[in-house]
Write a protein that binds this ligand. Structure first.
Ligand code: CO8
Length: 260
């Protein structure tokens, strides 16, 4: 795939994906969504030896200022639903990705941008980051999972307030509410996200994938999360890494995990 709007740099096994439509505050147009789907949905050459992914936005002003409003002004009900479904499916690919995906939120994360950050496993916000779901200003609602994931992160009461008032919150408030994991000085978002991925990479990769799968199971319709955890636990017990981890503990040395 020839990426036009995603700038992807892989350094020491960490892919930093920069959404690069700075003039439109990195708004998610169809091409950008297509590229995200390709990266997260295809076992391409980028996946070889990948430790994790950092998602960020180009420039200093925006992470992503939403879905590209110019593209969906004329949708009817059926087209709108299809648009939302396509976006949700792409964000599920991110949420279900087996390696850690961390949003490095360097500015506005609004509408689809806030939804994209919420689909990632963790969020690091720069001091200048601002979050919001302003869709009701446009006469729509979030369509990329925002009504669901915002409630999961910050609870129904505050989520309803943000969704109905379209108010933006700053990074400190996002931290207080539990929407983001860390707030760092502006410009240090990607560095902190990479540090987190490096830390996670010292753990057993299959166990990390199973943590992601099991936690996601809580929020999936018709799936019993406890049963998922049991199966995932069993699968971990079958790995060489489990033997290595337990043996290393007993031998008082650092485990050398191979991801098998
Ligand atoms: N889409 C397209 N272009 C955008 C967007 C966007 N979401 N956001 C900003 N831009 C463009 C502006 O039009 C402007 O372009 P130009 O220079 O050509 O006029 C440029 O980016 C810079 O923006 P501003 O001049 O507005 O910059 P300000 O500093 O004055 O304001 C804001 C910054 C507050 C971020 C402002 O740009 C803004 O309010 N943007 C829109 C935010 C928004 O409403 N986002 C939600 C969009 S809806 C959505 O995401 C729904 C997701 C689910 C869709 C489901 C499909 C049906």
């Amino acid at each position: 795939m020839l990426y036009q709007n995603l700038h992807i740099e892989i350094d020491n096994g960490i892919a930093v994906i920069t959404i690069s439509r700075e003039k439109a505050l990195n708004a998610l147009n169809s091409q950008t969504m297509l590229e995200l789907r390709y990266f997260f949905g295809t076992e391409g050459p980028e996946m070889e030896g990948l430790k994790g992914v950092v998602l960020t936005g180009a420039g200093e002003k925006a992470f992503v200022a939403g879905a590209d409003i110019t593209e969906f002004r004329d949708l009817d009900a059926a087209q709108g639903a299809a648009f939302a479904k396509r976006g949700q499916d792409i964000f599920f690919l991110i949420e279900r990705f087996s390696k850690p995906v961390i949003a490095a939120v360097n500015g506005f994360a609004l509408g689809g941008g806030c939804e994209l950050a919420m689909a990632c496993h963790l969020r690091v916000a720069g001091e200048r980051a601002r979050f919001g779901q302003p869709e009701v200003n446009l006469g729509i609602i979030p369509g990329y999972g925002g009504t669901q994931r915002l409630v999961q992160y910050i609870g129904k009461s505050k989520a309803l307030e943000l969704l109905m008032t379209a108010d933006m919150i700053d990074a400190a408030e996002a931290l207080r509410l539990g929407l983001v994991n860390y707030v760092v000085p502006a410009g240090e978002e990607v560095t902190k996200a990479k540090e987190l991925i490096e830390k996670i990479t010292t753990k057993a990769p299959v166990a990390i994938a199973k943590v992601i799968e099991s936690v996601n199971a809580l929020f999936e319709d018709g799936i019993d999360g406890f049963a998922t955890e049991i199966d995932a636990f069993g699968a971990c017990c079958d790995t060489e890494d489990f033997r290595e981890g337990a043996t290393a503990f007993v031998e008082k040395r650092k485990a050398n995990f191979l991801g098998k």
